[in-house]
Design a binder for this molecule. Structure first.
Ligand SMILES: Cc1cc2nc3c(=O)[nH]c(=O)nc-3n(C[C@H](O)[C@H](O)[C@H](O)COP(=O)(O)OP(=O)(O)OC[C@H]3O[C@@H](n4cnc5c(N)ncnc54)[C@H](O)[C@@H]3O)c2cc1C
Length: 191
């Protein structure tokens, strides 16, 4: 059983995975590789003044998540069963993953959320029809299932969805640990 299964490997899911894996939570990302970021040419992401293609950003996100310790599974999740602390995520090819927490980072798709009984509401961002209903921390209507990024209703930009994935991951880690989580690396002292 993993601590966290993150469904969706775009900017939101990969960023969430970097944080949960670096915090020592066993983390699995399930991604079917069909997100909207793969159609983007991104020139407004902090730290990338030359711009980056969406596919390259997604690839780098996967590499970063894996380097941080996350396991990346290529495939489509079609069901989430069980309850907080003991979820089973079933993939279309029959594989099953178990986890204490699930983070939905499925971009424009609420299909899996609705199949899992997670409440959705109309989206408010341009061209986003339906989103998962979340509280201020990213919790959905089902205890133990969280949501981040486009599917959680934030502004549809890579810097925002990546930041939202990180933010929700920090809230998951903080709940697991029972104290607010901070992930700061520090430069060695000059000398
Ligand atoms: C044409 C276009 C141009 C854009 N240009 C820019 C730009 O210039 N600058 C900018 O900031 N933003 C741009 N964006 C927006 C940007 O791509 C998004 O805001 C953001 O990257 C979405 O991130 P996300 O992680 O929420 O979703 P996504 O990147 O869509 O990732 C969601 C992932 O979840 C996966 N998934 C969904 N359901 C399942 C499932 N059941 N099982 C497994 N995997 C699943 C998908 O396959 C996908 O890989 C553009 C978008 C488009 C469409």
């Amino acid at each position: 059983m993993s601590d966290v299964v993150i469904i969706g490997g775009g900017p939101a899911g990969a960023s969430a995975a970097i944080f949960t894996a670096r915090a020592g939570l066993s983390t699995v990302v399930v991604d079917e590789g069909k997100g909207i970021t793969r159609r983007a040419e991104v020139n407004n992401h902090l730290g990338l003044p030359e711009g980056i293609s969406g596919p390259e950003l997604v690839t780098r996100g996967r590499q970063h998540a894996e380097k941080s310790g996350a396991t990346w599974v290529e495939g489509a999740a079609e069901a989430i069963e069980g309850s907080a602390g003991a979820f089973t995520v079933r993939l279309a090819d029959g594989r099953e993953l178990t986890a204490a927490h699930v983070v939905l980072a499925t971009g424009t798709s609420v299909t899996l959320a609705e199949a899992a009984g997670v409440a959705t509401v109309p989206g408010t961002e341009p061209r986003i029809k339906q989103i998962v209903s979340v509280d201020a921390d990213g919790r959905t209507s089902v205890p133990g299932i969280w949501a981040a990024g486009t599917v959680a209703g934030v502004s549809v930009h890579t810097i925002v969805t990546a930041g939202d994935g990180a933010r929700v991951a920090i809230n998951v880690i903080s709940e697991v640990r029972g104290e607010r989580h901070v992930d700061h690396d520090v430069l060695p002292a000059a000398g």
